[in-house]
Design a binder for this molecule. Sequence first.
Ligand SMILES: [Zn+2]
Length: 433
Amino acid sequence: MPFELVVHAHSVLVDGAFREAWVGVDGGRIAELSSTPLEGAETVEVGADEVLIPGIVDTHVHVNEPGRTEWEGFASATRAAAAGGVTTIIDMPLNSIPATTTVAALDAKKAVATVGVDTGFWGGAVPENLGSLKPLHDAGVFGFKAFLAPSGVDEFGHLDAEQLERALDEVAELGSMLIVHAEDPGVLAAHENDGGADYHRFVQSRPHEAETTAIELVIAGVRRSGARAHILHLSSAAALPALRAARAEGLPITVETCPHYLTIAEEGIPNGATQYKCCPPIRDDANRDLLWEALLAGDIDIVVTDHSPATVELKTKGGGDFTEAWGGIAGLQLGFAAVWTEAASRGIPLSTVVGWMSRGPADLVGLSQKGRIAVGADADLVVLAPDATFVVDKNALLHKNPVSAYDGRELRGVARRAWVRGAEPGAGQLLSR
Ligand SMILES: [Zn+2]
């Protein structure tokens, strides 16, 4: 019997290295990996300038539907994902309305989630639902997100220090994971400024200390409770020594950073350019180099986008005033290419980048059938032209709103074709833990 699909490439990423292989797919899974030809009902020959990699897994995506679908929705987000080589996303519990802090809210989200790629959900831990996280856990969320400072939307409150401890205890008891937006509200309040268009003043309003203080609190809480924690969107390299020490101590803490922190620096951000606003902020070039070093050293585990879109109106609110514009960068379609472009310029191999952005995030959420080309894994595959380049045109992106921190940049790496469980993107499944 021939396989339903065979994909043949001279360079297939298997176990961290590229080699020639025929990938036989049956029933949405990789049924065989062979160094000699396989027979397929359909056979795809990958081009000489192309390689075959596992689909990118992005565990930090704000889809915003229902409630703020004009910011982004499941259809637009997952189309953009597939175009950027992303075959699995995990949706954040806020900026949709309702926020995903109850089973009813999760059900409301699932009811409208028509997805083109596989999609799972994080739950939220907010002051109102502490003590009752179990039903959401049982309903299949991959973990719980908490903010330690105001989240930016009224319906998703942040936890104070005592509430953080309670959340950690509860998550530990469930065997779940707390994923944390770590900025300290006291430090932020002490550095508030009157804003304006000056980007450096915006960075000063969210200093390194806001991240280091909050991360120290999480580390202490993990040490006390034994809970599994994950630090979201690390921007400040100043927090790395404490994280390194905590991990060396054996504490179960993982760390992510994002494409914009790795590929953009404060020095290149013009005043008034609020398309670059995100929290924590994009810092200086020296800090950026330290994030790359930490990734290479294994002190940062993964790179995910924190795709956090809003309408053009909100992103440019205040006419260039950084205190008024929405803080968030839409990067789902471009994150992989942006990171690969910068990595290549630093001499870092493609296999390493795919590890940070595919297998690493899949393993974070326990999706062991994703993020790898291996027998038994889901046939989530991407044909990538790693040396092909393109210039980002914000109006041509599949994100819902044409505003981009990458507009006009030349990026490297074109995802020419993708399969989600052996099929063209379009009929993604909803994933549960
Ligand atoms: Zn986020």
